[in-house]
Design a protein around this ligand. Sequence first.
Ligand code: G4P
Length: 536
Amino acid sequence: MSSNFLAETSRRRTFAIISHPDAGKTTLTEKLLLFSGAIQIAGSVKARKASRHATSDWMEIEKQRGISVASSVMQMSYRDHVVNLLDTPGHKDFSEDTYRVLTAVDSALMVIDAANGVEAQTRRLIEVCRQRDTPIITFVNKMDREVREPLDILDEIERELGMPCVPMTWPVGQGKAFGGIVNLRTQAMTVFESGSERRPQDFEAVPLTAPEALRERFGAEWDTAMESMELATGASPAWDREAFLAGRQTPVFFGSGVNNFGVMEVLDALVDLAPSPQPRSSTVLVNRQPVTREVRPEDEDFSGVVFKVQANMDANHRDRIAFVRMASGKYTPGMKLKVQRTAKELRPTSVVTFMSQRREAVDEAFAGDIIGFTTHGGVQLGDTITGGAALQFTGLPFFAPELFMTVILKNPLRTKQLQQGLAQLGEEGAIQVFKPDAGGAMLLGAVGQLQFEVVQHRLKTEYDADVRLEGCQYTGARWITAENPADLRAFTDAYPLRLAHDAADTLAYLCTSPYDVRLAQERFPKIHFHPLREHA
Ligand code: G4P
């Protein structure tokens, strides 16, 4: 282990920002970038949200629906720390992408609309964070509006998260009467003023040592706030960083992103409270037996996992960017890297980091950083990339699709293009592609309906393969394994028409009703039916 590596990794923070659409995720992202100095002009992230579609045809679909399909990565420096922010698509139909982004981070920042509380999409995301014990920082946004009582919101978050909230700031009033926030750590009140020009350090801060003056200034709002704050702090446990890191309590901040208010507190929390890169589990073969090994961020060998593959925006090129979350070591330009699945050398055409809006050539990168390899292929979602060490990271989830369509090519002469398109889109994880063992039309499996539309659109514009999608009898799939090959053979012999292989060549059983799996399981108790496939 090198002390330089340790210093570099301990100053890194890699987190995902999650929310239900419209809670204010884009606004908060922009303000975090602005106040860390990563961008100079407010409005550029939002502008990008709207304009990046203009640069690519296939993103047109995104523009039409006003949703964000692709998640993006942004890096900023703040207080001598390197902060990597991973955005997640808000629309539920792209939740698979979001889940995979969550495997690439060490913590999550959850944005809640103070009027709406915990909404449907947030609930799903919380579940994934809970499964992985990802530490969550909570930001309650839009306090400048008529919203719910803070105690009420905390109560709901606690219920939904299944863990206690520890308020770090507390609001005084709301809507037109929003007076500001009390910072419980510094014991000072920051006074609210609306507008998007103000820098966080320009807000007036009044120490709580003179409560009379504050009462006079904020009237009944002050008294109510003090009362509820006392109740909230009395009911919540003391701040315990270990509990937070273990996903057993969440610090809560209040503010108004659009007014730059309460945002600096969140940025500071990311540096002061959020964890640096954590060790990751991998599998190594020892005497041909898989053994679990922990890869520590300060280990010197480069290792990382591909958690996202995205087609380059230029439809004329087949380039794709493989987003790699580094788990250990140091990346320097020109170093030799290997894709563990194929044992082939990775030969990228370029390697980039994501400095807020720009992509830049990487000088060096450490564990926690996200680097993008531009390639022509040979890299799949879930691939482990190392400097040479033979190991595989586990844990990148693929969910059993709940919706299926068959693909009918309108012009049979385009078969080759269709196959290439489906293979690549399958590798990207845009959709799951199943090839029935018994032959016949390819099947597309999705978790959300919009995935089909995106894929149909992309097949046409990027691969010149015009397809019709038709409904079929399948309603689910399970990945199949068995300890004993003879058991597996007995099963595949019994259901030859229900079997298919996915893009990673993994065997799956296709179901036509929820009872299917139960019946098949009763008949073949030694077969494992997996609703989730972890890339291994
Ligand atoms: P999202 O990425 O989570 O989908 O949300 P986004 O930031 O795009 O914000 C959704 C809407 O909420 C935007 O309004 C935004 O201006 C507004 N908003 C964000 N933070 C606050 C806040 O603290 N207070 C108030 N009052 N509004 C906030 P919009 O009308 O959809 O867009 P725009 O025209 O304002 O850009």
